[in-house]
Design a protein around this ligand. Structure first.
Ligand SMILES: O=C(O)CCC(=O)C(=O)O
Length: 320
């Protein structure tokens, strides 16, 4: 249902044009085939099931004591997702980016195409944002490494010259939101993903213990989620969280996600300092290039790709 635009401001937004036309019914290709409800939580349950909040400023104070790191560690283990507050990225920059993205989606399609030809027009803010988030992600990887008691630099080194991508997603309003899914349930193939909700409209949900939980974004917070690669590197200690996006009956929704991956030459597998006789590797090892190719050759489908990476009990690979 959503329209996505990887890497900047210049891809097709046909879903947005489609949503402007008078519609008698939902086009067949957008109708959900699963029978899962959009949300199965009561208001009370929602307030009990708040995703953890991690305060970056506190984490960085006093060189992050074990006690403070424990908050980050347990968020990544028990949930695989957290709201990051006091993250240090200028709120002026974030607000400017949100404004420019919203303005971009208001443009007529011919104007949007112009961005494709002259992308420099709208990229300054996006580029500053990307560069701030790169620094933030590297700091987070360093802290996670410490929390996991992994040899210093082992994870940071993989992501240092890694690859990043950005996806902006526009979800048009839909008169029958329960009949469509904005974004199919999936876990990210990444190390981590940093998500920003652009226009204050909720719709992001996570699956925890089999239940879909709506995430209410805190003002000025980023939502950080653990991806499959971090679950593999941590040998299953961290949880790559399954998530999806629903649509709103009256309001459009816009999000921007930034994905952080290791460099192509890296090998994806349980980190050597976490593996020993008592803790055998739970996942196979594969080069990042092959990992990426295999991931993109499949449809998004829950955590099914991570399951393919899992070793079976006698130590052999679950796939060829
Ligand atoms: O739009 C959202 O809130 C979620 C985006 C997302 O999960 C993705 O782009 O992979």
């Amino acid at each position: 249902m959503a329209s996505s635009k990887p890497k900047g401001l210049g891809r097709s937004v046909s879903i947005q044009e489609l949503a402007k036309q008078p519609m008698l019914g939902i086009p067949e290709r957008y109708v959900r085939l699963d029978n899962e409800p959009s949300s199965i939580l009561s208001e009370d349950a929602t307030s009990l099931q708040m995703i953890p909040i991690v305060d970056m400023q506190q984490l960085l104070m006093d060189e992050a004591t074990d006690f403070k790191l424990e908050k980050l560690h347990s968020a990544c283990k028990e949930w695989g997702i957290f709201q990051l507050v006091n993250h240090g990225v200028s709120s002026l920059l974030v607000e400017k980016l949100k404004y420019e993205i919203e303005e971009f989606y208001k443009l007529p399609s011919e104007e949007k195409m112009r961005f494709k030809i002259q992308p420099e027009d709208g990229r300054e803010t996006l580029e500053s944002y990307i560069s701030e988030l790169q620094k933030l992600a590297m700091t987070l990887f360093g802290l996670m490494e410490k929390a996991l008691k992994i040899d210093k630099g082992e994870i940071e080194e993989m992501f240092n010259d890694g690859t990043q991508s950005v996806r902006m997603t526009y979800y048009p309003p839909c008169p029958q939101p329960e009949m469509v899914m904005g974004l199919t349930p999936h876990s990210d193939a990444t190390g981590i993903t940093i998500l920003l909700q652009v226009n204050g409209v909720e719709g992001f949900q996570i699956r925890k213990d089999g239940i879909w939980i709506p995430v209410n974004f805190l003002p000025d917070a980023f939502v950080v989620n653990v991806g499959d690669i971090l679950e593999i590197l941590s040998n299953g200690q961290y949880n790559s969280i399954e998530h999806r996006a629903t649509v709103n009956s009256v309001k459009e929704r816009i999000s921007i996600a930034m994905f952080f991956n290791p460099k192509f030459e890296a090998e994806i597998g349980p980190t050597t300092s976490l593996v020993n006789l008592q803790n055998p590797p739970l996942f196979k090892r594969v080069g990042m290039e092959k990992y990426t190719k295999d991931f993109f050759s499949r449809k998004l489908n829950g955590k099914s790709f991570l399951e393919l990476m899992r070793k079976i009990e006698n130590g052999e690979d679950s796939t060829t």
